[in-house]
Design a protein around this ligand. Structure first.
Ligand SMILES: Nc1ncnc2c1ncn2[C@@H]1O[C@H](COP(=O)(O)OP(=O)(O)OP(=O)(O)O)[C@@H](O)[C@H]1O
Ligand SMILES: [Mg+2]
Length: 380
């Protein structure tokens, strides 16, 4: 299981009444490909705060890179407005925007050593030798590459090369850094290490990071806020904890972590909660944001780790359903159970292997699954 940490709301994140660092306002991007119109981005509006670590998360082809390229100015929107620090930059070329982009293939200059790679942009801008020396030195310290100045890119690991690429972008002191799947080429262990490094570097330099990834655990660990994209649209924009615990749509629930989807007909409304009819002995209560009436079908989600499995019918004000264990997988610190319900749904349950845990359900056992109603959410 991924350990989820809520966005820290790190120091430096703009208060809501401040002018956003980056804004997309009703942005649409259409391409014409072989005579057909492809809508890569179908209408995205979002505002990113100064100093925020903001992620665009979604499956391949959902429009992440296209959105990012419009922020950087490599692509002009078909409709809508891009603003940086309150200024309309929709038609401003990339080199006139105060943002830098780091791509997945970070393309260091192979014939130049680390120092020269980082210093390249400053030298081209005719920054004085003294200032180049101090700024490159400071940057190499931040990315922890002091002592490697003379190395060529091919003489370094993937993670080290990635840090050179970061230093090369950050040395220009952009107000925002755009990172498009920057860790995609690294193996898992190095990627996890670099995630922590990136977060530390962002805190240290205090600039806005916009991060593109299709890896949900990466977005959840690093971001202050996440926009989950699907098919050219933002499905949910919220902090990591909310995205994980209160997915707003079926797509988000399915895309982020393992989640269980159940559906039932509303038997009665009880204040802001719906009482659903599932199996005869089942009792499922779910908080509803909008309105629902008797007879409506409601879909709800509940995370595997919020569910308790027991062989006896539990007591108390819990939601509970009865089912049959179809699979038990031992996963070290926890067990994963698959439980089939009478209606055909299959529910996944994670149960910690605490030494005082008494449940040892096995394949074929009839069991009760229960959870606090507030740990389940109705989907839109
Ligand atoms: N120049 C182009 N011409 C035509 N279609 C394009 C062009 N660029 C992107 N697209 C299409 O727009 C959609 C969004 O592409 P985009 O590159 O933004 O996706 P992505 O979310 O970055 O995906 P990935 O995770 O695979 O990088 C895709 O369907 C893609 O095929
Ligand atoms: Mg992409």
């Amino acid at each position: 299981m991924t350990e989820i940490q809520a966005g820290t709301g790190a120091a430096g994140v703009a208060a809501p009444d401040q002018v956003p660092a980056i804004e997309l306002d009703g942005v649409v991007k259409e391409y014409v490909s072989h005579g057909e119109v492809v809508q890569a981005v179908k209408g995205v509006s979002l505002a990113i705060g100064e100093g925020e670590f903001f992620s665009l998360l979604g499956p391949s082809g959902c429009g992440k890179t296209t959105s990012m390229r419009m922020i950087a100015g490599f692509e002009e929107p078909t409709r809508g407005v891009v603003r940086l620090h309150g200024q309309d930059v929709t038609n401003v070329p990339p080199n006139k925007r105060d943002v830098n982009m780091v791509f997945q293939s970070y393309a260091l200059f192979p014939h130049m050593n680390v120092w020269d790679n980082v210093a390249f942009g400053l030298k081209r801008k005719k920054v004085s030798d003294d200032e180049v020396r101090s700024r490159v030195g400071e940057m190499l310290e931040i990315v922890d590459l002091v002592g490697r100045e003379k190395r060529r890119p091919r003489e370094m690991s993937g993670g080290q090369q990635q840090r050179v690429a970061l230093a090369r972008a950050l040395v220009n002191r952009p107000r925002a850094l755009l990172l498009d799947e920057p860790l995609g080429a690294l193996d898992l262990k190095l990627r996890q290490h670099m995630q922590i490094e990136l977060k530390r570097i962002q805190r240290e330099v205090g600039i806005t990071f916009v991060y593109v990834t299709h890896d949900q655990s990466e977005a959840l660990t690093m971001s202050d806020r996440i926009a989950v994209m699907n098919d050219g649209l933002v499905e949910q924009l919220a902090g990591p904890r909310e995205i994980y615990e209160r997915p707003a749509t079926k797509f988000v629930a399915g895309f982020i972590g393992t989640s269980n989807l159940l559906s039932g007909v509303v038997r009665a409304m009880n204040g802001a909660s719906a009482v659903l009819a599932l199996g005869p002995e089942d009792r499922v209560v779910v908080p509803i944001k909008g309105s629902a009436t008797e007879g409506d079908t409601v879909e709800l989600t509940v995370r595997p780790e919020k569910i308790t499995i027991s062989t006896e019918q539990p007591e108390g004000d819990l939601s509970m359903v009865e089912g049959t264990v179809s699979e038990v997988v031992y996963l070290g610190t926890y067990n994963s159970y698959a439980v089939a319900l009478a209606g055909g749904a299959e529910i996944t349950v994670f149960q910690q292997n605490a030494h005082d845990s008494t449940t040892t359900a096995e394949r074929g056992d009839t069991v009760w699954l229960s959870w606090q109603p507030q740990h389940s959410y109705a989907l839109q």
